[in-house]
Design a protein around this ligand. Structure first.
Ligand code: NAP
Length: 426
């Protein structure tokens, strides 16, 4: 302070010593940030309010409360401190669950937020890099009116969706920020973050099924699939509406692949085709229902046969075990859609079907998109099939989400470029 610092940061416990030493000699140019750090937990809202008052009465120019978030709902308590504060306040939560306290700081009027100079150089856990704060999230554009969107998942730190959606928002001038929400319990999360500021959510593993139960209304196809990947907060009544853009994203990519191969007759090129889905999890259900919806004859092959049977029965298809797949050839020119995680990084040598059997397929789609060209796609191409990458599904489901969130057409080129530039596996 005596050397001319504009701000100094003093821990609350040290304030009595500091005040006694200064004895009203604090220079006017210097502002004192009084901090309290809790490295274990985030106390109750009442305790935080008492702490806030104690910090003000200690002589703080700026209040700083830092807690440790044990769940994302802890962060809401800090946003409430910022909402009631009449003095400049910093309220942040450490840890992975606390990331949104750092990213939504300008939205809630926080005095400042911290960014690290590089990944691995964080001064506290959960700090994003300054570069990501400015270039990926665009914090410099965030204000009190900015709408909040994000991806609900666990884990969620690896997701490329924030990079793609934030770039798209900025391209069309939409006042929104898209953040990762590390969520343990979807119901609790949606109950707490229920204001109109939180306008839309993407949903990923493991919450796609539970999130459906939390919606007020669900699109009929998503209801049949039993899983959603998108929630939109309806503007006029705040109701949560669930959609499944995974399904349309994948099916439209496969249809476009087929259209490049055969002359289009107007309807879906999937009508009447034999469509084999490997896998019976979330993506498997979306692909199977989507293909059935377009009039295809659907077969499900899964490692766990009972799961295949149950999915096949629910949509009027037929079940196979994964072991039967290599010998399965009722007709030539079938369509294969892999929705198992076989072949996904780092297990890139895995594949769900023998190369020879791929000669029975005219188009092969792989939901796995890390790497972009999986072993399955490479071998299918060598056997003469048209191949469609899971990246195409990913981009399309994100573009549809963008339109559901904003009511605008998605800026496709920007989203594709962002995806390509942020993925190291492509
Ligand atoms: P999920 O619900 O957990 O289902 C996983 C499926 O993979 C199940 O059918 C499971 O079979 C099967 N499987 C897992 N390990 C296997 C193995 N070693 N051998 C044979 N089968 C195996 O997951 P999901 O959400 O459907 O995702 C599946 C894949 O699709 C993932 O790679 C994911 O990244 C990808 N995906 C991509 C997009 C996109 O936009 N491109 C979107 C969603 C998902 P059992 O039933 O026998 O366990």
């Amino acid at each position: 302070m005596l050397l001319g610092a504009d701000f100094i940061d003093i821990e609350l416990k040290a304030m009595p010593v500091f005040s006694a030493k200064m004895q009203d000699n604090k220079p006017n140019y210097c502002k004192v940030i009084v901090s309290n750090h809790n490295f274990e937990t985030t106390p109750s809202a009442d305790i935080l309010v008492s702490l806030f008052k104690e910090i003000i009465s200690s002589g703080a120019d700026i209040v700083k409360i830092v807690t440790t978030a044990e769940s994302i709902t802890d962060v809401w308590k800090l946003f409430q401190i910022l909402a009631i504060s009449q003095v400049p306040t910093i309220a942040l939560a450490m840890g992975e669950h606390g990331l949104i306290s750092r990213l939504l700081c300008p939205k809630y009027g926080g005095f400042l937020t911290f960014g690290s100079l590089a990944s691995g150089k964080e001064s506290a856990s959960g700090q994003p890099t300054l570069s990501d704060m400015r270039n990926a999230y665009g914090l410099q554009h965030v204000n009190k009116q900015t709408k909040v969107y994000g991806i609900i998942g666990k884990p969620v730190g690896h997701s490329k969706s924030p990079f793609i959606h934030n770039a798209a928002f900025r391209k069309v001038g939409h006042d929104g920020i898209y953040v990762p929400f590390l969520v343990d319990n979807v119901k609790d999360f949606l109950n707490v973050y229920n204001t109109s500021d939180f306008a839309g959510f993407s949903v990923t593993i493991p919450h796609k099924e539970t999130a459906l139960e939390c919606c007020d209304e669900v699109d009929p196809l998503a209801k049949a699939i039993g899983a959603i990947n998108t929630i939109v907060k309806r503007r006029n009544d705040g109701k949560l509406i669930g959609y499944n853009t995974d399904c349309e994203g994948a099916i439209s990519a496969i249809e476009d692949g087929l259209r490049g191969m055969i002359s289009s007759t107007g309807g879906s090129p999937l009508m009447g085709r034999y469509f084999v889905v490997t896998g019976a999890g979330g993506a498997g259900k979306a692909l199977a229902y989507g293909a059935k919806d377009r009039g295809a004859k659907v077969f499900i092959a899964n490692r766990n046969y009972d799961r295949a049977k149950s999915l096949a029965d629910s949509l009027g298809g037929e079940a196979l075990s994964l072991d039967q797949l290599n010998a399965f050839c009722p007709v030539n020119g079938m369509i294969l859609a892999n929705t198992t995680s076989l072949g996904m990084h780092p297990n890139i040598s895995e594949t769900p079907i023998a190369k020879d059997a791929l000669r029975n397929y005219s188009l092969v789609f792989d939901a796995v998109y890390t790497p972009r060209y999986t072993r399955l796609l490479r071998e299918a191409e060598e056997c003469g099939a048209i191949v469609v990458s899971g990246l195409e599904m990913f981009i399309r489901q994100a573009m549809m989400q963008f339109s559901l969130f904003t009511g605008l057409n998605a800026p496709e080129q920007v989203m594709r470029e962002k995806m390509a530039s942020t993925s190291s596996y492509l």
